[in-house]
Design a protein around this ligand. Structure first.
Ligand code: PLP
Length: 443
């Protein structure tokens, strides 16, 4: 990938943003699509390759979002495209629970091999991250015979009824759309910048809450993102996750890693859990797993997964053959092209650039994350108030860089570049972010 540095295209803005073609499409969108479906950058995308997306007016953007960490391997990755083309002419659907096919089993084998922990594991597939979380909870309840589900503060788990209840923030995901699911408990987690606790102290605080407020004998599972995504790329204190796993194991609680955003070579390890020495009982993957095709996996200890009776799990589209073929192409590249090393390269280049940015802009109070999952948190140094990240993201978009926001207080800029992004593209993108921060301050 590094030999493409010299020739990779950079950004190019040739119209105002949005351009005339996007403006016409935005009008059609407004008439045909509900306003509840937002857009962050008001341009329509015509095509994309690696780290560059091109809109319908010919503007080129450096993509630091990857459709929220989905095209980790790069937009229209050649091997993924070839695998999809080949599979789509052979079999597009049979329903695995009716008549099985090989690519499904192959991806399940890859997940057993690449998820942390040297024990027997089994996997089945669904269509989205939310659905993976739903199924993880169902299985944990069945396995334990218990009802309660615990999550930690600042977590995000999806938009179905159960998962929108599991989110830390009701707004905008659940506001006005209740009643919500019962038996969901939000425990304090680990957010070192704000709680000042080390891993053991934070784990003790979580355990106290679960023991006193939930009651261990009713607790089926604890679901945690090893690095929290929507919460703002919050990295837990060292030792927190293994301490919680140890406590869960001792108390018969299934501990589930929601790796929907952090998984699949995003952080410099195939699964972020392993960066913290955590071997979860169950690992949920989605977003990046199939290089842009929809697929989600529920992987867990064999005895937990086999606790569900025949027909108790499944679904029509889950593990679609084309999506599975794409996922095979992703795992082949994880193994053959060492994608984790590419994520580490992104961090090696991007983190020092963000550290420099933090020296120039005092509202950047932390640079954090791992691999190609890095973020900056913004707080007004005079007032201590969160600085909204959206105007900075907007200014970046108008200057040819797509940057996503995050954080419970909407004051985090998060960077999820593709692993195919070049060092030069990263430098160019950070220059744009630098100017955007300065321009929003001046305004
Ligand atoms: C995106 C996300 C989900 C939900 O996935 P969908 O595919 O949008 O349903 C769940 N958990 C985490 C950590 C996520 O980032």
């Amino acid at each position: 990938m590094t030999d493409t540095v010299a020739t990779a295209p950079s950004r190019s803005i040739v119209t105002e943003i949005p351009g005339p073609n996007s403006r016409a499409l935005l009008e059609r969108k407004a008439a045909a699509v509900p306003q509840g479906i937002p857009h962050q950058l008001p341009v329509f995308i015509a095509e994309a390759h690696d780290a560059i997306i091109t809109d319908v007016d010919g503007n080129r953007f450096i993509d630091l979002g990857c459709g929220i960490g989905v095209t980790t391997i790069g937009h229209t990755n050649d091997a993924v495209v070839a695998a999809v083309r080949e599979q789509v002419g052979k079999l597009t659907h049979s329903l695995f629970g009716t008549t099985p096919y090989e690519p499904y089993v192959r991806v399940a084998e890859y997940l057993a091999k690449h998820t942390p922990g040297d024990f027997a594991k089994k996997t089945f597939f669904v269509n989205s991250g939310s659905e993976a979380v739903e199924n993880g909870v169902k299985i944990a309840r069945k396995f334990t015979g218990r009802r309660a589900v615990a999550v930690v503060e600042h977590g995000y788990h999806g938009r179905t009824n159960l998962t929108m209840t599991m989110n830390f923030k009701p707004a905008p995901y659940a506001t006005g759309m209740g009643p919500l699911a019962s038996d969901i408990f939000h425990a304090p987690g680990s957010y070192p910048l704000h709680d000042g606790l080390d891993g053991a102290e934070a784990a003790e605080r979580t355990q106290y809450y679960l023991e006193k407020h939930v009651g261990v004998s009713d607790l089926a599972c604890l679901v945690i993102e090893p690095i929290q995504g929507e919460g703002g790329f919050i990295v837990p204190a060292d030792g927190y996750l293994p301490a919680m796993q140890e406590w869960c194991t001792a108390n018969g609680v299934v501990m589930i890693a929601d790796e929907v955003q952090s998984g699949i070579s995003r952080t410099g390890a195939t699964f972020a859990s392993s960066l913290f020495g955590w071997e979860p009982d169950m690992v949920l993957s989605a977003k990046g797993i199939a290089g842009g095709m929809p697929l989600a996996g529920v992987t867990g200890r064999a005895e937990i997964m086999d606790s569900v009776h025949t027909g108790g799990i499944g679904g029509t589209f889950g593990g679609n053959p084309v999506s599975c073929a794409a996922a095979v192409a992703v795992f082949e590249q994880i193994e053959e092209h060492d994608l984790n090393a590419q994520a580490q390269r992104v961090e090696r280049v991007l983190r020092p650039l963000l550290d420099e940015l933090a020296e120039r802009h005092e509202e950047i109070i932390e640079v954090r994350g791992r691999g190609a999952m890095l973020a900056i948190e913004l707080v007004d140094p005079a007032t201590g108030a969160p600085v909204p990240a959206a105007p900075i993201s907007k200014a970046c978009g108008e200057d040819g860089v797509l940057v996503l926001t995050a954080g419970t207080d909407y004051n985090v800029l998060r960077f999820l570049p593709s692993l195919a992004i070049t060092d030069d593209q990263l430098r160019e993108a950070v220059d744009v972010i630098d100017r955007a921060i300065a321009s929003t301050k001046a305004a």
